[in-house]
Design a protein around this ligand. Sequence first.
Ligand code: PNS
Length: 160
Amino acid sequence: MATVVFPGSFDPFTLGHVDIAVRARQLFDTVIIAVAHNSQKAPLLDLGVRVELAQSAIGHVEGIEVAVVDGLLVDFCEARGAVAIVKGLRGGADYDVERPMALMNRSLTGIETVFITGDSALSHIASSLVRDVARHGGDVSAYVPPGVESAVLAALRVRK
Ligand code: PNS
């Protein structure tokens, strides 16, 4: 039974993340979506909200779980017996960001990172763009699972 960890800030969870998790599940028995507690980025959404949104978007799918990663990702992977880390790539810019992390994680414990190419129809979707479009009054409902847009709008209201 092969388990992989799909980590991220998921601020917020998008349809691009759903796509990668589903593709990963087609390859591996268990996919743990690991929501980072200590992201270097100050998140818009609280950790509990990010976990809840990922859970309601995809947590019901057999073989897909949602968890919190607090501390080093490689330690979490070891604790959960993961054979690899999974990341999605939309294009070359993603690879440039991901490559040093993949190399560092492999250097730390030997764990490999498996890159999955996302659906090209979703390659314009990024959590940062969803936040920015929503912040400026745009409709982001086409880019995120149900419930995410209202959570983002609620968080933006609190920030104002
Ligand atoms: O969605 P993001 O913000 O690009 O995800 C980055 C994330 C959470 C995967 C990365 O910051 C991470 O792995 N954080 C956990 C702490 C850690 O292990 N840092 C060293 C990474 S080489």
